[in-house]
Write a protein that binds this ligand. Structure first.
Ligand code: ATP
Length: 378
């Protein structure tokens, strides 16, 4: 037992982000207490739209430096529709962090839990277990307003740029192959599908060319290809056949919501954003102002993001008990759905944010022996 300490920078943010972040951290602590072998120090950092309204800043002074120095960053959700910058854009310090820390690998696991809502009648929908890997620093978002990169814009014409670079794309594909190899060790399919539009765009042909180059370094992982339009169709027609899907930024933005919809809703959508030196973990949903302050939010997306964070730290540090803690959380959610002990209001159940959180904690405390597995994510 190393009992190594890890520094976690936490930005709870706004709306339901505050409640689900608290829930996720309580669950992470329960998993840590269950398996032991490491410690976590939580450093709360103020930030978000509410903070901006009060102070005129989107993050507290020193918060970016603290986040940079932490072993991982955990975020609830940021943004309130009525709080905006003078140019009308929303408060989004997390997008700045993504850029600053070059968090190029956006990891969105999509998994069918027992008894959770399914949109597809086919019984094979119970087997859905895939990951959308979305490049998150370039692609078509290269031109997005947050980056302030000028494109041709007049009252008769506007252009946005789709940018693919070799260094980022090589790292992204390597990440995809390593992820598929790790998943294969835990009964994953070991396939990476390159999702692109290589038949039309030079940028996408380049993306695929680099995919082919890098695939040769990972001979144990199978490769597949799909054009993005066909992939949209296949995610409805046969999502159970896929494992890791790697793609450009805007394609990932769209397909990750589609895939998430297959297995429930936003309250199940966990997310990790990984760069070479930093990792940021957050539920994929927003601050949901329509249900904030009502204890209605499903905290499981945040809780599962907490498990991704533990897996990431395990991979980074080699401390195996972090993987055990991540597995304990995953298993508790799995068992909670299978035994109907988890009934989030989001799925017309009777359990609010606090009830779901404490049930997951109870499941963790009462769980059986931990069977050690390898870190799944990275
Ligand atoms: P953003 O642009 O920041 O992602 P958004 O307004 O597009 O925000 P969300 O804030 O994620 O989207 O909310 C979209 C819908 O999903 C809302 O109706 C919200 O109540 C619901 N929702 C989001 N997260 C959850 C959750 N954890 N539990 C239950 N419902 C949720």
């Amino acid at each position: 037992m190393t009992n190594q300490n890890f520094q976690i920078a936490v930005i709870r943010g706004d709306g339901i982000g505050i409640d689900v972040a608290d829930g996720a951290l309580a669950v992470v602590e329960a998993a840590r207490a269950r398996v032991g072998g490491f410690r976590l120090t939580i450093q709360a950092l103020s930030g978000g739209a509410g903070f901006f309204r009060e102070t005129g800043r989107d993050l507290a002074p020193g918060a970016e430096e603290a986040a940079a120095g932490a072993d991982a960053i955990f975020l609830g959700a940021i943004g309130l529709p009525e709080v905006r910058h003078p140019d009308g854009t929303e408060i989004s310090p997390h997008l700045r962090l993504r850029e600053q820390f070059q968090l190029y690998a956006g990891v969105r696991p999509v998994r069918a839990y027992p008894n959770s809502p399914r949109r597809l009648a086919d019984p094979r929908a119970a087997e859905i277990d895939l990951v959308i890997l979305r490049e998150s620093t370039e692609g078509l978002f290269y031109s997005a307003a947050v980056h302030n990169r000028n494109t041709v814009a007049s009252d008769t014409e506007v252009e946005d740029i789709l940018r693919i670079t070799r260094p980022t794309t090589e790292k992204l594909h390597d990440f995809a192959f390593k992820l598929a190899a790790k998943r294969k060790e835990q009964s994953g399919k070991g396939i990476v599908t390159c999702v692109d539009k290589a038949n039309v765009f030079r940028s996408m042909a380049f993306f695929r060319k680099i995919f082919d180059e890098r695939s040769r370094l990972f001979p144990d992982v199978k490769t597949g290809y799909n054009y993005v339009d066909a992939q949209a169709l296949d995610l409805i027609r046969r999502p159970w056949d896929f494992d890791v899907l790697v793609m450009e930024n805007i394609f990932g933005d769209i397909l990750s919501d589609l895939a998430g919809g297959l297995v429930g809703g936003m309250g199940m959508a966990a997310c990790a954003e990984i760069g070479d030196h930093h990792g940021l973990f957050q539920p994929a949903h927003g601050s949901a102002p329509d249900i904030m302050g009502q204890d209605k939010a499903n905290p499981l997306a945040a809780i599962l993001s907490g498990a991704l964070m533990l897996d990431y730290l395990a991979d980074k540090s080699g401390v195996a008990s972090l993987t055990d803690a991540a597995q304990v959380i995953e298993a508790a959610v799995q068992e909670g759905f299978a035994t109907n002990r988890l009934r989030p209001m989001e799925f017309a159940g009777d359990m609010g944010t606090k009830a779901v959180t404490s049930e997951v904690i109870d499941l963790i405390r009462g769980s059986g022996p931990v069977i050690r597995q390898k870190a799944k994510m990275l």
